[in-house]
Design a binder for this molecule. Structure first.
Ligand code: CA
Length: 309
């Protein structure tokens, strides 16, 4: 009898232990599910704040374009107030002009002979083999005619693994790494000079292009950062800086491409957004469009830089 009671007690204890373990397991799983749902919700909310900041930037750019025909560094879009305070967080926002760097896609356009010389100088500045210039040109131009020093499908198919050229405009600077090996320092330096825009036009805004890029065209332009630049026309800029006359066809006083950089801190979540926008001044329709053509959530921004602009 005693033995049977002992067995019953052990059985009851076993059931209690199993029930406790099951309850603990269920509670743990529920905690994980709650934490996971909270993370998803917070990320979605932070992403919405980032998109809202992009909308603010587009609106600032729209107002700027509607009010003046030229862009310079003392305009409102340069001084967007940061950070915006939001419930349980902050939003940092900065707008950068992209018509301040040499467009790599311009190598597939007109005037390859002249434009390639600008890129050769940039390669010299960042200590990259200038053979990159004809190789990149063949990579993005629509034809299969090999440029001197370049490579089209015929050459690329001989590699292991074999490759074929893109034959359309590049979309991201990282594509350069397909063609040549660049150190992270070289890549970083390259971004000071060049940009990839969804056009084969080369257009630099004389009011906003920094001296580091300007001096590629003439060493005398090394001092432009110390000047007040708010030229209303390219002719006015040339009258002050005569060496610009040689590259006047690549100059403008207004910009069409901008980059919007956003950082959102919301509770424990952070979202970094880099949006690129195109301002399309449809003169025939009388409409001004500020369109986002790319969004990237992978690039991390320095909040200090955004707050200090
Ligand atoms: Ca090609």
């Amino acid at each position: 009898m005693k033995h049977e009671r002992g067995v019953a007690l052990v059985s009851v204890l076993l059931i209690v232990v199993l029930a406790s373990a099951l309850a603990y397991h269920l509670i743990s799983r529920q905690d994980i599910a709650i934490a996971s749902t909270r993370a998803v919700l917070e990320y979605s909310q932070a992403k919405e704040y980032a998109l809202a900041a992009e909308e603010v930037a587009r609106s600032v750019l729209h107002q700027n374009k509607a009010s003046s025909t030229y862009d310079h560094l003392d305009e409102d879009w340069r001084f967007t107030i940061v950070p915006f305070e939001i419930p349980n967080g902050q939003v940092y926002l900065r707008i950068e002009d992209l018509n301040t760097k040499v467009n790599l896609n311009a190598l597939s356009g007109q005037n390859y002979g002249e434009i390639s010389q600008f890129f050769v100088k940039i390669c010299d500045e960042v200590a990259v083999d200038s053979r990159l210039v004809p190789i990149w040109k063949d990579w993005i131009d629509a034809d299969q005619v090999t440029t001197p020093g370049g490579m089209e499908d015929y050459e690329w198919l001989g590699f292991e693994p074999p490759m074929r050229t893109l034959d359309s405009l590049g979309a991201h600077l990282s594509e350069l790494n397909m063609l040549v090996s660049l150190s992270s320092d070289q890549q970083h330096q390259m971004t000071e000079y060049v940009v990839i825009l969804p056009t084969n036009e080369m257009k630099l805004n004389v009011n906003t292009t920094p001296a580091i890029v300007m001096q590629i065209f003439d060493p005398l332009l090394r001092t432009v950062d110390q000047m007040e630049r708010s030229f209303e026309s390219v002719e006015e800029a040339i009258s002050t800086l005569p060496s610009l006359a040689d590259i006047s066809e690549y100059l403008s006083v207004s910009s069409s491409f901008f980059e919007v950089q956003v950082v959102v801190h919301y509770n424990d979540t952070r979202v970094d957004l880099t949006s690129r926008v195109l301002i399309d001044n449809d003169l025939s329709g009388g409409r001004l469009n500020v369109q986002t053509y790319s969004r990237d959530y992978s690039r991390r921004h320095f909040v200090e830089e955004l707050a200090g602009s």
